[in-house]
Design a binder for this molecule. Structure first.
Ligand code: MN
Length: 238
């Protein structure tokens, strides 16, 4: 599987912290290889940024190069879909040309050939009620206005530190695999799709259960995409 021959490309959990870090260069190089006459859809599955608050000139400028690279693709007819992860807020305010922003918990992608693919970031599959309440509050209209009053560079630094801290606490390390795979399978079945794809847990699952197949994307310790060529799925390592 290669970038240039994939009809669907999916990428997740890059966790970009700085605008010119190596992972950004890898991403921009990968976007260069996408051929709009071959690739129908490119999906960002969330937590592409380690922190981003879209309704702010600071973040709009910081990540401008990625939006500009995507404009070449959307102008060429590629459907670019961006699902928000739990590190990302109000991304539609980035106003990247032609991008479909999804803040709902799931999105069903239908290819021209009729394949239906269920997509979710994944953090809500195992979420307790207080996590849902917290995320709902953070995303509320009020916090958008409060956040836009803060000095943005300091706000950015604070939230990046918070993200690094929660990683150190091992929030991705204690995953109850069996329960997660069960929940994910139920989720795929509830969508009526045969294939479901998620990120968030940073674990490269490829799990078949009955008629459903679940993929999970690893984080970008090794830069990677998941590709579909119309027949088969495969991992692409850059
Ligand atoms: Mn996540």
């Amino acid at each position: 599987m290669e970038i240039s021959t994939s009809t669907v490309l999916i990428v997740s959990d890059i966790h970009i912290r700085e605008k010119n870090e190596e992972k950004v260069l890898h991403l921009l190089a990968a976007l260069e290889k996408v051929n709009p006459s071959v690739t129908e859809a490119l999906v960002f599955l969330g937590d592409i940024f380690d922190f981003c608050f879209g309704d702010s000139a600071h973040f709009q400028q910081k990540f401008h190069a990625i939006g500009a690279a995507l404009a070449r693709l959307t102008r060429g007819g590629v459907r670019v879909v961006f699902l928000e992860g739990n590190h990302e807020f109000f991304l539609s305010y980035l106003s990247w040309e032609g991008v479909t922003w999804v803040s709902a918990r799931e999105y069903i992608l239908t290819t021209r050939a009729g394949a239906r693919i269920a997509l979710t970031h994944g953090d809500l599959l195992l979420a307790p009620w207080h996590y849902r309440l917290y995320m709902g509050t953070v995303r509320s209209w009020l916090s958008r206005h409060v956040a836009s009053w803060l000095p943005q560079a300091k706000f950015d630094r604070f939230c990046l530190d918070l993200a690094a801290h929660s990683r150190k606490q091992g929030m991705y390390k204690k995953v109850p695999h069996r329960r997660l795979l069960e929940k994910a399978t139920q989720w795929i079945e509830s969508t009526g799709c045969n294939v479901g794809i998620m990120g968030h847990y940073h674990i490269p699952y490829d799990y078949q259960h009955g008629n459903t197949r679940l993929f999970c994307l690893p984080a970008w310790d090794t830069p990677n995409f998941l590709g579909f060529d119309g027949t088969q799925w495969g991992r692409i390592f850059l």
